[in-house]
Design a protein around this ligand. Structure first.
Ligand code: ATP
Ligand code: MG
Length: 180
């Protein structure tokens, strides 16, 4: 499964439409401090269903919408789309290409779409569960996450390794079974 494209409009510092095409292999994004490199990874995390705005370095949901600058007015909405090549069928959906879109308006209203069809947040979680790309996955590692891994207690650090080994889902199922 390959991340092919990211499009963002009105997300954080991206007042104009941002379009990034990813090729196979490694892509490096370079730029001066404050130019928006981390905002790109925030956009990926947000579109995949991140609900805690603090994990996106904001305080309230609105903080992810472009707030304006000395020359530009604030925008009323933010939208991010990511497109995956699903020709290997890793995502359990019958499409070769899967585009996930998330929008938020200043009113607080927000929506998710899979291939331009409205869906629930839960559908996004289900689509990415067990693919290593879900909300709690470690496919996106932010700057503060690196500190977290280094400073965490050994028992907690173990969870990162379990996630990498793909056994988190079994732990979760066991927890549910024991509760029942
Ligand atoms: P560094 O090299 O320091 O890690 P970076 O390239 O990762 O920098 P980011 O943290 O992605 O930079 O970008 C921060 C910039 O995004 C800041 O200038 C901040 O003002 C701007 N920004 C964040 N949220 C918004 C918003 N809602 N509207 C406008 N600008 C925003
Ligand atoms: Mg950064």
């Amino acid at each position: 499964m390959l991340l092919k494209r990211l499009e963002a409009y009105g997300f954080k510092s991206f007042a104009d439409k941002l379009e990034v095409e990813f090729d196979e292999g490694i892509t490096a994004i370079v730029g001066p401090n404050g130019s928006g490199k981390s905002n790109i990874t925030d956009a990926i995390r947000w579109v995949l269903g991140e609900q805690n705005v603090r994990n996106l370095r904001g305080n309230k949901a609105e903080d992810i919408i472009f707030t304006g600058s000395s020359t530009r007015r604030p925008l009323g909405a933010a939208e991010v789309s990511v497109t995956f090549d699903n020709s290997d069928g890793k995502l359990p959906i019958d499409f070769q290409e899967v585009m996930i879109t998330r929008r938020i308006f200043r009113s607080g209203e927000s929506e998710f779409l899979i291939n331009k069809t409205k869906c629930r947040l839960k559908d996004i979680y289900n689509l990415f569960a067990d693919t290593g790309l879900g909300k709690n996955s470690i496919s996106v590692i932010s700057q503060n996450k690196v500190d977290e891994v280094l400073n965490t207690k050994p028992e907690e650090r173990r969870y990162f390794f379990e996630e990498c080994a793909g056994i988190t889902k079994y732990r979760e199922r066991k927890r549910e079974a024991v509760r029942k």
